[in-house]
Ligand binder design. Structure first.
Ligand code: NDP
Length: 336
């Protein structure tokens, strides 16, 4: 294997430290070449702690480093678009965190910039890499529950103390639970149902953790183009709810427990006239699978697990939920 990919990390972030550096290094020929942080001391400390050769304070320096072939963007949400477009213009492949951008025009601009530059663009929606969600999708596609009619997503968690920063206090950074968690729900449902959300209605509670008008919880219903109604419950404020997803169809139900998580865990049960069947699942690291697919795409052998278009569609669904919660009206999800 002669193929080598040097990665530049844009953002000295928690997700890079906890998951993505190891995921990059898990792929043969892939290495972390540099990190960019707005804070020189924090960037240098991050580089030293994670055994990364170069640390920069500007994206221009990082993009000018010949050891960087691809970038992983995990800065605060408002910066994703500008940084992804700059990376594409420099000829670097782009794996960008969700939400891809804060607005649909910006998400389109990222996709256009990567297409023009001929570089690979992926959105790091990790959940579609989970063996649990892949098993649920296969069951639905195989007709195991007949016609899918309803879905329920349980994704209410307690935001860890070390992440109680921009997500709950900085509207400009793209804060709030909807751009953080709902966007993942939308992608996961699109993936499982192979359908697009067309309409959203949502309510948010009085915030107890987030500042000002930032939402720290939401209950929403999405109507999908295939007729499925999906109920979502997302929060930063509850510790013991547990996570899960259910797909209910005309001939059976699928129940995924503890599956809306970064960890390769959880169980999937198929329930129908024959009783309950625990589905055999071979769990594997979600982020390593994301990297493997992206790396293959760079070599022209496949596509990222979630594309730029997937990032655009999940953002469109999340923005419709946000607008509905603010307006009190049901909102059509913007078409592609
Ligand atoms: P962090 O808050 O850890 O990092 C975001 C930015 O905050 C960094 O780019 C860094 O800026 C700055 N920062 C980090 N640590 C500190 C600190 N101690 N003091 C001051 N500033 C700091 O965010 P996350 O890692 O939680 O999220 C980053 C992105 O990844 C978001 O877009 C989020 O939506 C996404 N995400 C995706 C997940 C997934 O599973 N797909 C899971 C978690 C997050 P600088 O760039 O200047 O170094």
């Amino acid at each position: 294997m002669n193929h080598k990919t040097g990665w530049g990390l844009i953002g000295a972030s928690t997700i890079a430290r906890e998951w993505m550096i190891a995921a990059i290094r898990s792929q043969p020929g892939n290495a972390v070449a540099a990190v960019m942080s707005s804070d020189a001391a924090r960037g240098a400390a991050f580089a030293a702690a994670n055994d990364i050769t170069a640390s920069y304070t500007s994206i221009e320096e990082l993009l000018a480093d010949p050891a960087v072939d691809a970038v992983y963007i995990s800065t605060i949400n408002e910066l994703h678009a500008k940084q992804a477009i700059a990376a594409a213009a420099a000829g670097k492949h782009v794996l960008c965190e969700k939400p891809l951008a804060l607005t649909l025009p910006d998400a389109h601009a990222i996709i256009d910039a990567c297409r023009r530059a001929g570089v690979v663009l992926g959105t790091n929606h990790h959940l579609r890499n989970a063996a649990s969600h892949r098993a649920i999708r296969a069951l639905v596609q195989d007709g195991a529950i007949g016609q899918p009619l309803f879905a329920r997503v349980f994704h209410a968690v307690k935001l860890p103390e070390n992440l109680q920063g921009w997500r709950i206090n900085s509207p400009a950074a793209g804060a709030g639970v909807i751009l953080d968690i709902t966007v993942h729900d939308v992608d996961t449902l699109r993936f499982i149902l192979d359908a697009e959300p067309v309409e959203a209605i949502a309510m948010t509670p009085q915030a107890t953790l987030a500042a000002g008008a930032i939402e720290d919880g939401v209950m929403a219903v999405l109507r999908f183009g295939n007729g499925v109604l999906a109920q979502l419950h997302d929060a930063f404020t509850v510790e013991y709810a547990g996570t899960g997803i259910e797909i209910h169809g005309s001939a059976g139900s699928i129940v995924g427990r503890n599956v809306m998580t970064q960890q390769p865990v959880g169980e999937v049960v198929l329930r129908n006239g024959k009783g309950e069947q625990l589905i055999a699942i071979e769990h594997g690291n979600l982020y390593e699978r994301s990297l493997a697919a992206f790396d293959a795409a760079i070599r022209g052998a496949g596509a990222p697990a979630a594309s730029g278009a997937d990032g655009l569609r999940s953002l469109a669904g999340a923005l419709a939920v946000l607008e509905s919660a603010r307006s009190g009206c049901s909102v059509a999800v913007a078409a592609a």
